[in-house]
Write a protein that binds this ligand. Structure first.
Ligand SMILES: [Zn+2]
Length: 572
């Protein structure tokens, strides 16, 4: 491509509303333009990168037996109702009606649609395993779209779904996809980490996230030298048995004091009551009441910790978890919000669940609300004063925490950008949608499923986020929009002839840009750096005297001279 004819509208000024370095550079280099909040146009240069990423993914999917298809972006409500996700997905699901009032959504993910295809056309175990995937534009009505194409309302994604006859086969295939995803990250040139993650709105039993490491990343992850890695949402907290003063829900073996009721007028938070009583947050038992699928539950966590709602949701295996409304809290605690505690409350039902986090079981002579307006209790002890129905890991991990695997090292906290997510779905969707096949013995079984997503547009931004400098983007050669840029110092005479010759020769093998514009060399160099083209070939009268051209790699500072005839062989 000749630069003079290419549509590469670069910007000199950094757009002020761009909130990340990748978005700034994508706008400045003319890769994308913003049409509306969270909605972007991909210009030719950006699309080239997107297509390169797509091609790498397509090749790796072919390696593991994936078959490409293309599903509609607009999806009928009925299928989403079969799994209950029409209601559960919440406001991120962009819903709309056609002229006859029929309801649809813009697909954020396609489990229902693919399961519908397979239940109609796959009858026998002999047709399994089956792996289908697509590249498609997805929609997610983000409340606050941000970070450019990384958290946009509309994004381009590869989503894959696999169907298996047995758990074992699904498990083995999960590892194969894991390998393919690792290869995709390697081929894109990423420094990345694979971490355990929560399953969120997709569901299933287990999931892994592929994180591109970047200080600017939105996701926080923990990792350990032993190999353990997890998203903070998922990271397990170690049960501190060394300080365990009680056995499960047994009686405290420690000196315990007499339960005391203290008047704490208008003091509600751990901070306020702590100051008043001169007690540390570690002495407090925070009590939080939730509605899990509409049913009230009570949770307890130490005063210096927080409940991790994703973990709690996973523990309860519920679809919806929300904080209980004031009315529910008042009914259970007999007090206004802020005075809840695990001692003496009104059991709403006999099967009411009181779930204590591991952090609570070691608290001797603790403090909590008294279930009475303006009162707290002192010297609360597990076993004597209250009995949790369950003790579990439901808190957020904190800095300084020990690795839950090796239990030797402190976890390291770092940031990343999630570019891929793999899920073991099991029979979640096949059961809900009654999707079955006949096994060897003629029995009907539900398909065992997995699903696997990669954010293609997000990979482009993540690549920039991980690899840039003050001059611009530094593309990895594998996804660069052009492999090389030829810069004639002035496009005339012998310099022009040699530049054209190199351009013709290289173009047979690579995508190459020839900067034939009537611009100063400085401007051309600046643009080449901004665009991030991996190899710059400068043709000048000076070096032509020796029959050489100047070669500079975008990711290195050094400049080398190379004989013209060698130009073809020496780049990548
Ligand atoms: Zn470890």
């Amino acid at each position: 491509m000749k630069f003079s004819q290419a549509f590469i509208p670069t910007l000199k000024e950094t757009p002020s509303d761009a909130d990340t370095i990748s978005l700034k550079l994508m706008l400045r280099a003319g890769l994308v333009r913003k049409l509306s909040s969270g909605i972007y146009e991909w210009l030719p240069l950006g699309l080239r990168v997107l297509k390169n990423v797509e091609q790498i993914i397509r090749e790796e999917m072919a390696q593991i037996g994936g078959q490409e298809l293309l599903l509609p972006a607009i999806l009928p409500k009925e299928l989403w109702e079969e799994t209950g996700r029409w209601n559960l997905y919440g406001k991120e699901l962009c819903r709309l009606k056609d002229r006859s009032g029929r309801e649809f959504c813009l697909g954020p993910t396609h489990e229902e649609i693919i399961t519908d295809i397979v239940r109609k056309d796959v009858r026998s175990y002999k047709q399994l395993p089956l792996m289908l995937y697509q590249f498609q534009t997805k929609f997610r009505d983000e409340i606050r779209p941000r970070f450019g194409v990384m958290r946009a309302k509309e994004f381009y994604m590869k989503d894959a779904y696999s169907f298996h006859a047995t758990e074992e086969d699904a498990g083995n295939y999960y590892k194969i996809v894991y390998g393919a995803y690792s290869k995709i990250c390697e081929r894109c040139g990423f420094k990345f980490r694979i971490v355990e993650a929560t399953t969120g709105a997709i569901g299933g039993s287990f999931s892994d996230e592929f994180m591109v490491m970047a200080d600017t990343g939105e996701e926080e992850i923990v990792s350990c030298v032993c190999g353990y890695g997890a998203n903070v949402e998922k990271a397990e907290c170690v049960r501190d048995s060394s300080e365990l003063k009680v056995v499960a829900v047994g009686l405290p073996s420690h000196d315990v004091a007499v339960l005391e009721e203290i008047h704490t007028p208008n003091l509600k938070t751990v901070d306020e009551v702590g100051k008043f009583l001169n007690e540390k947050p570690e002495k407090f038992i925070k009590t939080i009441i939730y509605l899990a699928d509409g049913k009230p539950i009570m949770t307890l966590v130490r005063g210096d910790c927080e409940i991790n709602e994703e973990k709690l949701k996973g523990f309860l295996k519920c679809d919806e978890l929300i904080l209980a409304d004031a009315q529910t809290v008042e009914k259970i605690t007999d007090a206004t919000v802020g005075f809840a505690g695990p001692v003496h409350f009104r059991l709403p039902t006999s099967d009411f669940r009181l779930i204590a986090d591991f952090s609570v079981e070691n608290i001797t002579n603790g403090v909590s609300g008294a279930n009475k307006k303006d009162y707290h209790l002192k010297n609360i002890n597990i076993g004597r004063d209250y009995k949790p129905t369950e003790i579990a890991d439901i808190r957020k991990i904190k800095r300084g925490a020990l690795c839950p695997r090796c239990k030797k090292h402190e976890l390291k906290f770092s940031c990343g950008i999630e570019v891929g997510h793999t899920f073991k779905l099991g029979t979640k969707y096949s059961k809900a949608m009654n999707a079955t096949f006949l096994d060897e013995k003629g029995r009907q079984n539900f398909f065992i499923m997995g699903c696997y997503g990669i954010g293609v547009s997000r990979i482009v931004a993540a690549a920039i986020e991980q690899s840039n400098d003050e001059s611009g983007i530094i593309w990895n050669e594998s996804i660069a929009p052009y492999k090389a840029i030829i810069i004639p110092i002035s496009y005339e005479g012998k310099v022009k002839d040699v530049s054209d010759e190199i351009y013709e020769k290289l173009s047979q093998k690579y995508d190459v840009l020839l900067d034939d514009r009537d611009e100063r060399a400085g401007v051309k160099f600046k643009d080449a750096d901004l665009l991030g083209i991996p190899v710059r070939i400068t043709v000048s009268e000076k070096t032509l005297k020796e029959n050489k051209v100047e070669i500079k790699y975008r990711n290195k500072n050094s400049v080398n001279l190379l004989a013209i005839e060698k130009v073809l062989d020496n780049f990548f």
